[in-house]
Structure formats: structure tokens, C-alpha cells
Design a protein around this ligand. Structure first.
Ligand code: SAH
Length: 449
């Protein structure tokens, strides 16, 4: 129970971070695409696995008060989870997600209402459009969820409209000159991805074409056409990727026009961002996140601040005016090079950066001549920090640890490790950097007992 193909009257009680409505039948979770909590519906069971079932709405008996019209022209890309519920309700669902992650980890930390900027469309400053061969030349779009089928769609409502225009120009150029899209199955073709990044308010744009060769046909015609049409385009690059892989970027770049990086201003700091560097995708919400982190850290100007997983240095540099000394550690070399340049270009002299694995922090600091942090900011990728990193962080015994996380589950796991080892935390503050999608960011300040 419930049997496959059977019909079921189901009350939806939650929406998970993949956008599925969740109900329960005989104690088993039933996931229903497009359903919202508060819906009462008749559902047909289309899959019955050992510990869950999947259903499809046959009839909506009574709609949820949280429902809204999903008006996305690119439906089916799977990038959004909450387009069918109101934004205020999405914020509640996101807060619940953080609450339940902590509860599952055995923690009862108060979770604040989700902070947000109110901007829920056109906020993304980055797009990586896959290109695939189609009947009439290259097709640009998104990979359908859990597949490698490209859904044709350049105009995602979360992106600035200029991205779609640039991508369309690249496509037309490829079509005109007969440049084939990369075919995943045969490994043939040239154009793989159109990768775009934008500074705040699209003041600057950077285009990287991921291709199987750094010798892109008719590159000159393309750059001339693009720079004439899009004056904010500050650089056009090629990135070579010949591997049969899901990883988008390869290692080698070639600059076709302009410069190899974007410049953006974040929390009063001018940043340079190369295509390979991590940069938060939502400018305004990132400022809100970093300001919240700084408030939680309550810096006095006397602290030695260690920024772990520092990327291009954005968090540490945004706090630099409120600390005595700054040290950043990051594994991607080109990001560290950006961080150093960023410090220099902003006249920040009390900052140092090192390339390396966060797990080796104690050794890296020793080799750098010693650095004893009062405050550590940790901003790891989705998988969270590994045990080695957490242990090395504990061995440095900072007064405060500011954990910034894009994944409530690994955040809760790492909190459950850190809190019993001499730290307390008053609250978790979620910040919505990714409206309409299933992702949510959080900040927790841990203080040494
Ligand atoms: N704090 C930065 C970047 C956060 S994203 C910002 O706000 O922009 C996480 C960063 O961790 C990425 O730059 C990634 O390259 C880096 N990273 C991933 N694994 C790492 C590791 N084991 N050691 C150090 N840095 C790592």
C-alpha cells in the first residue's frame, strides 16, 4: 500500500526542496509533482517504492490557499521548486526546512524567519546554458531534471533578459557558420556551453564559450557582433573542454576580446571575478547575507579573522575594515589570485591569502609564519566541512565561529559536531539567496563557552 495505479484521496502537508508536494498514506510519504501543502486532491500512484511512493494529481478537490499560477515560460527545467506557491509561503517552507534539519540532527536551535531582499525575479548573475544539436542547428536551454535532454529555453525569469539575447546571438552565429553543437553521445561537435556572468545591474557582462577547441570558427565575426550589440560585455573567452564529463569547465582558456574577468562591487568592495572562481549568484541578497554575518560576528576592529573557503575573498574583505588582520584559505588557485588582487585594489594591506585545502589549515597558518584567529568564518560548499577541517578549526580555539552554509543538512550535521565541543549558538538566521528554488542559505554564530 498504496498500490501502483491505485487512486488515493490525499491531503498535501508539505512541499520538499525539489518542489514536490508531500502527503502520507499508511505512514508512507507520497511525493506529488506540482502539488502544494494545503491541497486536497485525488492522486494516482505512479510508483510505489519500499519507503516512499510517487503520485500524480488526477483531480484537485480543494486547492491550497498558498497556490499561485506558475507562469514560467521554461517550465520543466527543474531549477525552481516553489513557483507554484506564494513567495511568503516559500519563505515559511524554507524556514521549516532549516528547523527540521536541526531537529533531525538532535539540535533545538531557534531559527529566525528567512531574511530576503524581496527581489524574486531576474536576480541571478550567472547562467551556464547547455547547447545541444537540434533538428535546425544548435539548441540552447536547460537540462531537464535528472536527464541530459536539453529543454529549449533561454528566457528563465530568474535571469536578466540580456543573457537570453546574448545566448541567442551566439546560437545564430553558430547556425549561420555551421558550427556544430557538442553531442554528448558521440562526443563530436564544438559548442558545449554558453556561460554568462553579470555584475550588479548588468553594468558589466562576461561571456565564456565552452568549446571542444580553443580555435573557435569565425571567432572574429562573433566578437565584433557581440561587442557592437552589447556594450556592457567587458570580456569574451573560450574555455576548452574535450572530456566526456558533466563538469562544465575545462582548464584552458583563451581570451577573445576585452578582459578575462568581471568587476563587481559588493559590500563596498570592488571585486574581480574570473570564470573559474566561485561568486554568489544573487548580488543584493549576498550583501544581506554578509552584513548579517558581520552583525553576528560583532567585530570590534581588534580581531584576527580567518576566512576559510574564501573564494575570491569576498567575505573577509567585506569585513576587513572591522578587523586587525585577515587571512583567507581557498583551494582554487585562480580564486586566490583574485583575492590577492582584490585586497590590493581596495587598498587592504592587512590581508593575506593562501591556496590550500581547508583541512590543512593549521599547517598552512604555521607555514605562513603563524596566525592565531579570534574569529573564523567558514563558508564551505554544499557537502559542508569534513571532520578534519572541523577538528583543525577546533584546535585553533577561536572565540567565534561564523558558519555560513548553503545546505541546511550539512550545516546541522556540522553544528552537531561543533556545539558539544565547547561552543554555544543562540540562533540560525536563514537568508534567501535563491528565491523560487529549493535552496536556502543560513548563518550561525558559535561562541566559545
Ligand atoms: N566564501 C566565498 C566562496 C564560498 S563557496 C564567497 O562567499 O564567495 C566555497 C568555496 O570553497 C569555493 O570557492 C571552493 O573553491 C572552495 N573549496 C572547496 N573545497 C575546498 C577545500 N577543501 N578547501 C578549501 N577551499 C575549498
Amino acid at each position: 500500500m498504496p498500490e501502483k495505479n491505485s487512486l488515493l484521496r490525499l491531503e498535501i502537508t508539505d512541499v520538499n526542496n525539489l518542489g514536490y508536494g508531500v502527503g502520507h498514506a499508511n505512514g508512507k510519504a507520497v511525493f506529488v509533482a506540482g502539488a502544494a501543502d494545503g491541497d486536497l486532491c485525488t492522486v494516482r500512484i505512479i510508483k510505489n517504492a519500499a519507503d516512499y511512493a510517487v503520485g500524480r494529481v488526477e483531480e484537485l478537490l480543494s486547492p491550497s490557499p498558498y497556490r499561485t499560477e506558475n507562469d514560467c515560460p521554461a517550465r520543466g527545467c527543474g531549477g525552481c521548486a516553489y513557483r507554484h506557491v506564494s513567495y511568503p509561503h516559500e519563505l515559511e517552507l524554507k524556514r521549516n526546512r532549516v528547523v527540521s534539519a536541526f531537529r533531525k540532527a538532535g539540535l533545538s536551535l531557534p531559527v529566525w524567519p528567512v531574511l530576503h531582499t524581496g527581489k524574486i525575479e531576474g536576480y541571478r548573475n550567472k547562467a551556464q546554458y547547455p547547447v545541444a544539436p537540434g533538428k535546425n542547428g544548435p539548441v540552447i536551454g536547460f537540462f531537464a531534471p535528472r536527464s541530459h535532454r536539453v529543454v529549449e529555453a533561454v528566457n528563465c525569469p530568474l535571469l536578466p533578459p540580456v543573457f537570453g539575447q546574448i545566448a541567442e546571438t551566439v546560437r545564430k552565429h553558430a547556425l549561420h557558420f555551421g558550427i556544430p553543437a557538442y553531442d554528448e553521445t558521440s562526443g563530436r561537435g564544438i559548442l558545449r556551453h554558453i556561460y554568462l556572468r553579470a555584475a550588479a545591474e548588468e553594468k558589466e557582462l562576461l561571456l565564456t564559450l565552452v568549446t571542444t577547441s580553443l580555435d573557435y570558427p569565425h571567432a572574429r565575426e562573433l566578437t565584433e557582433m557581440l561587442t557592437a550589440r552589447f556594450p556592457s560585455l567587458v570580456g569574451i573567452l573560450l574555455n576548452e573542454n574535450r572530456e566526456n564529463t558533466n563538469v562544465i569547465l575545462g582548464k584552458r582558456y583563451r581570451l577573445l576580446a576585452g578582459r578575462d574577468h568581471l568587476r563587481d562591487r559588493l559590500c563596498g568592495i570592488d571585486l574581480r571575478i574570473t570564470p573559474a572562481s566561485f561568486y554568489q549568484v544573487n548580488h543584493d541578497a549576498t550583501e544581506l547575507l554578509y552584513r548579517t554575518a558581520a552583525e553576528e560576528a560583532a567585530l570590534t576592529g581588534n580581531e584576527a579573522l580567518l576566512d576559510l573557503y574564501c573564494g575570491i575573498g569576498s567575505i573577509g574583505l567585506s569585513m576587513a575594515s572591522r578587523v586587525r588582520e585577515l587571512f583567507g584559505i581557498e583551494i582554487i588557485e585562480s580564486a586566490v589570485a583574485c583575492a590577492r588582487k582584490n585586497a590590493e585594489e581596495n587598498g587592504i594591506r592587512h590581508a593575506r591569502f593562501a591556496t590550500g585545502d581547508a583541512a590543512g589549515t593549521a599547517r598552512i597558518l604555521e607555514e605562513a609564519g603563524g596566525f592565531s584567529p579570534d574569529v573564523i568564518v567558514l563558508d564551505p560548499p554544499r557537502r559542508g566541512a569534513d571532520a578534519e577541517t572541523l577538528n583543525t578549526v577546533l584546535s585553533l580555539a577561536p572565540e567565534k565561529l561564523i558558519y555560513i552554509s548553503c545546505n541546511p543538512d550539512t550545516l546541522a550535521r556540522d553544528m552537531a559536531f561543533l556545539l558539544p565541543r565547547g561552543y554555544t549558538a543562540a540562533r540560525a538566521i536563514p537568508v534567501d539567496l535563491f528565491p523560487r528554488t529549493g535552496h536556502v542559505e543560513s548563518v550561525v554564530c558559535l561562541t566559545r563557552k
